[in-house]
Design a protein. Structure first.
Length: 133
């Protein structure tokens, strides 16, 4: 699931991120990359708190729906629109069956070992980086 976010930058300020489908969910960063990373964390945390409070999580609207919403005209002004993936940390792991080329698996194991990680931890961090860009 991906949510549209507005990124604003005023002169002499940080990049601010807000989510029109999740009022109150905001983030920032000194650079655009940092703001994007923090936006993923903010989105996850915001949704986790909403779930803990028993609130329903709104489905993300499409780009066209966001652009067509007359209530968002001011919020969209001078904003960069981007998508932010919702990566829920459920606090539990699950076992999966995965098929890979033997050579790729050897390379994964070598890279994981060099980083002091397990194969699973390495694949999880690689997937997280790929999803969040």
């Amino acid at each position: 699931m991906r949510y549209i976010a507005f990124v604003h930058k005023e002169p002499d300020s940080v990049y601010g991120v807000s989510f029109p489908d999740l009022p109150g969910c905001i983030s920032f960063g000194d650079t655009l990359d940092e703001a994007a990373t923090h936006a993923v964390e903010a989105l996850c945390g915001h949704v986790r708190m909403m779930e803990a409070d028993g609130d329903s999580i709104p489905s993300p609207r499409s780009y066209d729906e966001i652009v067509a919403d007359p209530e968002l005209v001011e919020d969209r002004k001078d904003a960069i629109l981007t998508v932010v993936p919702l990566i829920r940390n459920r606090g539990a792991t699950t076992r999966i069956n995965l098929s890979l080329d033997v050579g790729l698996l050897e390379a994964i194991d070598d890279a994981a070992r060099a980083r002091g990680q397990t194969r699973s931890a390495f694949l999880a961090s690689a997937a997280h980086r790929e999803i969040t860009g």
